[in-house]
Design a protein around this ligand. Structure first.
Ligand SMILES: N[C@@H](CCC(=O)N[C@@H](CS)C(=O)NCC(=O)O)C(=O)O
Length: 195
Protein backbone atom coordinates (compact mmCIF):
# COMPACT_ATOMS: atom_id res chain seq x y z
CA UNK A 1 0.00 0.00 0.00
CA UNK A 2 2.88 2.36 0.79
CA UNK A 3 4.41 1.77 -2.65
CA UNK A 4 0.99 2.02 -4.33
CA UNK A 5 0.45 5.42 -2.66
CA UNK A 6 3.90 6.60 -3.75
CA UNK A 7 3.27 5.50 -7.36
CA UNK A 8 0.03 7.50 -7.31
CA UNK A 9 1.69 10.48 -5.65
CA UNK A 10 -0.87 10.41 -2.83
CA UNK A 11 -0.07 11.32 0.75
CA UNK A 12 -2.25 10.14 3.62
CA UNK A 13 -1.71 10.58 7.36
CA UNK A 14 -0.21 7.35 8.74
CA UNK A 15 0.15 5.77 12.16
CA UNK A 16 2.91 3.18 12.65
CA UNK A 17 1.81 0.06 14.52
CA UNK A 18 4.63 -1.72 16.38
CA UNK A 19 4.11 -5.40 15.49
CA UNK A 20 7.23 -6.46 17.42
CA UNK A 21 5.69 -5.04 20.59
CA UNK A 22 2.33 -6.69 19.82
CA UNK A 23 0.52 -3.39 19.38
CA UNK A 24 -1.68 -4.99 16.69
CA UNK A 25 -3.10 -7.35 19.33
CA UNK A 26 -4.24 -4.62 21.72
CA UNK A 27 -7.90 -3.73 22.28
CA UNK A 28 -7.24 -0.28 20.83
CA UNK A 29 -6.03 -1.74 17.53
CA UNK A 30 -8.70 -4.46 17.46
CA UNK A 31 -11.27 -1.66 17.53
CA UNK A 32 -9.79 -0.49 14.20
CA UNK A 33 -9.14 -3.94 12.70
CA UNK A 34 -10.42 -7.03 14.55
CA UNK A 35 -8.27 -9.20 12.23
CA UNK A 36 -5.15 -7.69 13.86
CA UNK A 37 -3.22 -7.06 10.65
CA UNK A 38 -1.67 -4.04 8.99
CA UNK A 39 -2.15 -2.16 6.79
CA UNK A 40 -5.62 -0.85 7.42
CA UNK A 41 -7.17 2.22 5.83
CA UNK A 42 -9.52 4.11 8.11
CA UNK A 43 -11.94 6.38 6.25
CA UNK A 44 -13.29 9.67 7.56
CA UNK A 45 -16.65 8.02 8.34
CA UNK A 46 -14.87 5.48 10.56
CA UNK A 47 -15.11 2.52 8.19
CA UNK A 48 -11.96 0.34 8.14
CA UNK A 49 -10.66 -1.35 5.00
CA UNK A 50 -8.35 -4.11 6.19
CA UNK A 51 -7.04 -5.96 3.09
CA UNK A 52 -4.17 -4.46 1.05
CA UNK A 53 -5.79 -5.28 -2.29
CA UNK A 54 -9.09 -3.73 -1.20
CA UNK A 55 -7.26 -0.61 0.00
CA UNK A 56 -5.50 -0.34 -3.37
CA UNK A 57 -8.80 -0.84 -5.19
CA UNK A 58 -10.32 2.02 -3.20
CA UNK A 59 -7.32 4.27 -3.93
CA UNK A 60 -7.36 3.34 -7.64
CA UNK A 61 -11.00 4.43 -7.91
CA UNK A 62 -10.39 7.66 -6.02
CA UNK A 63 -7.16 8.44 -7.95
CA UNK A 64 -7.32 6.67 -11.34
CA UNK A 65 -3.95 7.94 -12.65
CA UNK A 66 -1.41 6.54 -13.05
CA UNK A 67 -3.40 3.39 -13.67
CA UNK A 68 -2.08 0.41 -11.71
CA UNK A 69 -4.97 -2.10 -11.80
CA UNK A 70 -6.20 -2.09 -15.41
CA UNK A 71 -8.02 0.23 -17.81
CA UNK A 72 -10.71 -2.13 -19.15
CA UNK A 73 -12.31 -5.45 -18.25
CA UNK A 74 -9.64 -7.57 -19.93
CA UNK A 75 -6.69 -5.66 -18.45
CA UNK A 76 -8.26 -5.64 -14.99
CA UNK A 77 -8.79 -9.41 -15.17
CA UNK A 78 -5.26 -10.14 -16.46
CA UNK A 79 -3.64 -7.93 -13.81
CA UNK A 80 -5.86 -9.36 -11.06
CA UNK A 81 -4.93 -12.91 -12.17
CA UNK A 82 -1.20 -12.22 -11.92
CA UNK A 83 -1.56 -10.24 -8.72
CA UNK A 84 -3.47 -13.08 -7.07
CA UNK A 85 -1.02 -15.64 -8.42
CA UNK A 86 1.93 -13.72 -6.94
CA UNK A 87 0.08 -13.44 -3.63
CA UNK A 88 -0.94 -17.09 -3.26
CA UNK A 89 2.03 -18.88 -4.86
CA UNK A 90 4.76 -16.37 -3.96
CA UNK A 91 4.04 -14.10 -1.01
CA UNK A 92 2.12 -16.69 0.99
CA UNK A 93 4.73 -19.39 0.25
CA UNK A 94 7.46 -17.17 1.73
CA UNK A 95 5.20 -16.38 4.69
CA UNK A 96 4.51 -20.11 5.21
CA UNK A 97 8.25 -20.80 5.34
CA UNK A 98 9.10 -17.88 7.64
CA UNK A 99 6.15 -18.10 10.01
CA UNK A 100 6.62 -21.83 10.62
CA UNK A 101 10.26 -21.63 11.69
CA UNK A 102 11.08 -18.16 13.01
CA UNK A 103 11.77 -18.25 16.78
CA UNK A 104 10.29 -14.79 17.08
CA UNK A 105 6.99 -16.06 15.62
CA UNK A 106 6.56 -19.11 17.84
CA UNK A 107 2.83 -19.60 18.45
CA UNK A 108 2.16 -17.05 15.70
CA UNK A 109 2.29 -19.27 12.60
CA UNK A 110 -0.59 -17.25 11.15
CA UNK A 111 -1.46 -13.60 11.32
CA UNK A 112 -4.70 -12.77 13.06
CA UNK A 113 -6.25 -12.76 16.53
CA UNK A 114 -5.70 -16.49 17.22
CA UNK A 115 -2.41 -18.06 18.29
CA UNK A 116 -1.53 -20.93 15.95
CA UNK A 117 1.42 -23.31 16.57
CA UNK A 118 4.21 -23.68 14.05
CA UNK A 119 4.55 -26.86 11.94
CA UNK A 120 8.21 -27.19 10.82
CA UNK A 121 7.28 -29.35 7.78
CA UNK A 122 5.18 -26.48 6.51
CA UNK A 123 8.26 -24.29 6.62
CA UNK A 124 10.06 -26.72 4.32
CA UNK A 125 7.07 -26.88 2.01
CA UNK A 126 6.90 -23.07 1.92
CA UNK A 127 10.57 -22.92 0.89
CA UNK A 128 10.02 -25.40 -1.95
CA UNK A 129 7.00 -23.45 -3.15
CA UNK A 130 8.91 -20.15 -2.92
CA UNK A 131 11.86 -21.54 -4.91
CA UNK A 132 9.56 -22.91 -7.62
CA UNK A 133 7.68 -19.62 -7.76
CA UNK A 134 10.86 -17.51 -8.12
CA UNK A 135 12.05 -19.73 -10.99
CA UNK A 136 8.64 -19.51 -12.65
CA UNK A 137 8.66 -15.70 -12.49
CA UNK A 138 12.28 -15.72 -13.64
CA UNK A 139 11.28 -17.58 -16.80
CA UNK A 140 8.43 -15.14 -17.40
CA UNK A 141 10.51 -11.99 -16.86
CA UNK A 142 13.21 -13.31 -19.19
CA UNK A 143 10.75 -12.86 -22.06
CA UNK A 144 8.74 -9.81 -21.03
CA UNK A 145 9.39 -6.56 -19.17
CA UNK A 146 6.63 -6.62 -16.54
CA UNK A 147 4.63 -9.20 -14.61
CA UNK A 148 1.13 -8.83 -16.06
CA UNK A 149 0.90 -6.39 -18.97
CA UNK A 150 3.29 -4.11 -20.86
CA UNK A 151 3.60 -1.60 -18.02
CA UNK A 152 4.28 -1.52 -14.27
CA UNK A 153 1.18 -2.51 -12.24
CA UNK A 154 0.09 -3.69 -8.80
CA UNK A 155 1.26 -7.19 -9.80
CA UNK A 156 4.84 -5.86 -10.13
CA UNK A 157 4.53 -4.09 -6.76
CA UNK A 158 3.54 -7.36 -5.06
CA UNK A 159 6.32 -9.31 -6.79
CA UNK A 160 8.85 -6.67 -5.66
CA UNK A 161 7.65 -7.07 -2.07
CA UNK A 162 7.71 -10.86 -2.39
CA UNK A 163 11.30 -10.94 -3.74
CA UNK A 164 12.49 -8.64 -0.94
CA UNK A 165 10.50 -10.61 1.67
CA UNK A 166 12.13 -13.85 0.39
CA UNK A 167 15.50 -12.53 1.59
CA UNK A 168 14.19 -13.10 5.13
CA UNK A 169 14.21 -16.84 4.36
CA UNK A 170 17.51 -16.47 2.47
CA UNK A 171 15.99 -17.11 -0.94
CA UNK A 172 16.67 -14.85 -3.92
CA UNK A 173 16.10 -14.62 -7.66
CA UNK A 174 18.18 -17.46 -9.16
CA UNK A 175 21.30 -16.02 -10.80
CA UNK A 176 20.56 -17.22 -14.33
CA UNK A 177 17.39 -15.11 -14.66
CA UNK A 178 18.98 -11.89 -15.87
CA UNK A 179 15.61 -10.52 -17.05
CA UNK A 180 14.18 -10.78 -13.54
CA UNK A 181 17.32 -9.22 -12.02
CA UNK A 182 16.95 -6.31 -14.46
CA UNK A 183 13.26 -6.05 -13.54
CA UNK A 184 14.08 -6.06 -9.79
CA UNK A 185 16.69 -3.34 -10.18
CA UNK A 186 14.25 -1.16 -12.10
CA UNK A 187 11.37 -1.80 -9.70
CA UNK A 188 13.58 -1.06 -6.67
CA UNK A 189 14.45 2.37 -8.07
CA UNK A 190 10.79 3.40 -8.36
CA UNK A 191 8.84 5.60 -5.88
CA UNK A 192 8.19 4.23 -2.43
CA UNK A 193 10.66 1.34 -2.58
CA UNK A 194 13.03 0.90 0.31
CA UNK A 195 15.35 -2.03 0.89
N1 LIG B 1 -4.27 -10.23 3.92
C1 LIG B 1 -3.67 -9.08 4.55
C2 LIG B 1 -2.41 -9.57 5.22
C3 LIG B 1 -1.64 -8.47 5.86
C4 LIG B 1 -0.49 -9.02 6.67
O1 LIG B 1 -0.14 -10.20 6.62
N2 LIG B 1 0.13 -8.13 7.46
C5 LIG B 1 1.20 -8.52 8.34
C6 LIG B 1 2.36 -7.58 8.22
S1 LIG B 1 2.97 -7.56 6.59
C7 LIG B 1 0.68 -8.43 9.77
O2 LIG B 1 -0.19 -7.62 10.05
N3 LIG B 1 1.21 -9.24 10.67
C8 LIG B 1 0.74 -9.27 12.00
C9 LIG B 1 1.20 -10.53 12.71
O3 LIG B 1 2.25 -11.07 12.31
O4 LIG B 1 0.56 -10.93 13.66
C10 LIG B 1 -3.36 -8.01 3.51
O5 LIG B 1 -3.08 -8.36 2.35
O6 LIG B 1 -3.42 -6.82 3.84
Amino acid sequence: VRIFLAEKGIEVPTVQVDLGAGEHLTDAFRAVNPHCTVPVLQLDDGVSIFESTAICQYLEEAHPEPNLMGRDAEERAVIASWHRHVETDGFLAVAECLRNNSKRLQGRASTGPDNIDQIPDLSERGRKRAKAFLARMGRRLDTQPYVAVDRYTIADILLLITVDFAKWIKEDIPEQFSGMHRWHEEASARPGSVE
